[in-house]
Design a protein around this ligand. Structure first.
Ligand SMILES: C[S@@+](CC[C@H](N)C(=O)[O-])C[C@H]1O[C@@H](n2cnc3c(N)ncnc32)[C@H](O)[C@@H]1O
Length: 509
């Protein structure tokens, strides 16, 4: 594990002022670099940004980009124009270096990356140099305790997290502190934990440099450092990679197979306050002879509702290659690469694993007698942020649990906003083969419906009860209304569950 000492957060507020006044923000970067170089940087590709900042010695913003994002030495004179160099040296954000020509230069000791918050906040994520994202070339550092910055998984979790005001939030496996930083905006108290003590130091720096309140920082594995404490919100982007050995702390949990994710989910139930949410990213094994959905269902702790969405599945070869590349193993000796590849395949063979699923797990502590556990596959594009969608999912589950078929028929519903109908069939055919309802928001779901379902959804504007609408449809279609009332609640339930229909109050209520 690295022993490099990290900067002191004591004067982070002064540094923040300097960074902001130079325009070192997400928007400032975009303006300076242009969209392609900015996007390339997010893929860890630095060449376009190096070109864009090459002849910009008089721009403090370009100086900060070269120092903190591109790991370039910058002359002390040039650096002076961008930030308080002496203080930054004394606090450990910079170190001095002399070129072979005898020029005085400074270099950054950490990666500082502007990150725009959801309400336009100017935040900074501090991480190990050169590790701001996984990137095409691999992480570029083989140190076990390396702390990464913001990657796709980090922003995915931040996007799905429910953002309601809460008393207490726990970010387990905080890394650079991005989830703790988000949580600090809507939680009175934030606790961030990590098995890697360096990560806690980075989280402290991220919070301080972003102008966020301090968090409680605790070192240790999984829930061990928090004792019996319970929370209103728990989030974790854990080291979920299913790998043949614990090599990199940020991704290899060190427990066999998907045991780390299972343990995290199982133990979260007891750490949630009533009504509290726990949200995780995870990987899970697809084991021969076992339905992956049953595997996931068995993880859900007692007292919790769960919504589990599988977003992607990779066969074991794709999966092994992804993580070999992530570690930069494809750049090593081919024989070494082949040996490591074999290790991954041996591991999967021993665990009878044919594929690995990736997705989101949300728990909500309801203590309901009949918990709602939804495990589904939705690999299609979604509209982030999804925090509101997650809340709405659980609210609908509450509604469905409380309404039997008779109550559903007596209920009033409105078609959700931006739902459209698509008709699928042969060109020129009089009747469509089937009708699809599609949402343009949130999960962007699509579902096939029959003529009754499409007609029912189309009429739902909250003015008539479901039963009355069905009676009218029965009359139009010359069907027996009793039969229609009998067979339709299942379809209504599905349309409500998936968010196509929203329960509303009866008119005049
Ligand atoms: C994938 S990173 C996530 C970092 C950050 N929360 C994010 O969203 O970008 C996983 C983090 O979990 C930490 N970790 C690894 N094993 C752990 C364990 N057993 N208990 C707690 N944290 C652990 C790693 O050190 C790393 O910081």
């Amino acid at each position: 594990m690295s022993t490099t000492s990290l900067p002191s957060p004591d004067r982070a507020a002064e540094l923040r002022t300097a960074l902001l006044s130079a325009g070192f923000t997400a928007d400032g970067l975009l303006d300076l670099l242009g969209a392609p170089a900015y996007a390339a940087l997010a893929r860890s590709e630095t060449v376009p940004a190096l070109r864009a900042t090459r002849d910009t010695a008089d721009s403090p913003l370009a100086t900060l980009v070269r120092l903190f994002l591109l790991q370039q030495p910058v002359s002390s004179v040039r650096a002076e124009a961008a930030l308080p160099v002496e203080a930054a040296l004394a606090d450990g954000w910079l170190r001095r270096e002399q070129t072979t020509e005898g020029e005085d230069t400074v270099r950054a000791t950490v990666d500082v990356r502007p990150y725009g918050g959801p309400d336009g906040e100017d935040w900074f994520i501090v991480s190990d140099l050169g590790c701001a994202v996984g990137g095409a070339g691999g992480i570029g550092s083989r140190e076990e305790g390396v702390v990464l910055g913001v990657g796709g998984a980090s922003t995915t979790l931040a996007g799905i997290t429910v953002r309601i005001p809460v008393g207490s939030a726990l970010d387990l496996g905080t890394g650079s502190g991005i989830q703790a930083l988000h949580a600090a905006q809507h939680a009175t108290r934030v606790t961030a934990t990590d098995v890697n003590p360096r990560a806690l130091d980075f989280t402290r720096l991220t919070l301080a440099l972003s102008g966020a309140p301090e968090a409680e920082l605790l070192a240790g594995s999984l829930f061990e450092p928090v004792g019996d404490a319970t929370y209103d919100l728990i989030v974790s982007n854990p080291p979920f990679v299913i790998s043949p050995g614990a090599r990199l702390t940020y991704r290899d949990g060190g427990m066999g197979g998907d045991d780390l994710c299972r343990t995290l989910v199982r133990e979260a139930g007891a750490r949630l306050n009533p009504g509290g949410y726990a949200q995780f990213l995870g990987n899970w094994q697809h084991v021969e002879g076992e339905d992956w959905r049953d595997r996931l269902r068995s993880w859900v702790p007692r007292g919790c509702d769960a919504w589990i969405v599988q977003r992607d599945v990779q066969d074991v070869t794709q999966y092994a290659e992804l993580w070999l590349r992530d570690a930069g193993d494809h750049r090593t000796d081919p024989a070494e690469y082949a040996r490591r590849y074999e290790d991954w395949l041996d591991e999967f063979e021993a665990r009878k694993t044919k594929a690995v699923g990736f997705g989101w797990i949300t728990l909500r502590r309801t203590d309901a007698a009949e918990p709602s556990i939804v495990v589904e596959e939705w690999p299609h594009s979604v509209e982030q942020p999804l925090g509101e969608t997650v809340l709405a999912h659980f609210a609908r589950q509450d509604f469905l649990r409380e309404h039997d078929d008779a109550a559903l028929l007596a209920g009033y519903f409105a078609l959700a906003e931006e739902v459209v109908q698509e008709q699928v069939g042969a060109p020129g055919a009089e009747d469509p083969e089937h009708v699809v309802l599609r949402q343009n928001r949130g999960m962007r779901r699509a579902t096939k419906v029959d003529t009754v379902g499409a007609g029912f959804a189309g009429v739902c504007d909250g003015s008539l009860s479901a039963g009355r609408i069905l009676d009218a449809i029965a009359q139009l279609m010359q069907e027996d209304p009793v039969v229609l009332r009998d067979r339709t609640p299942e379809a209504i339930r599905m349309l409500v569950e998936q968010g196509f229909l929203e329960p509303v109050a009866a008119p005049g209520r």
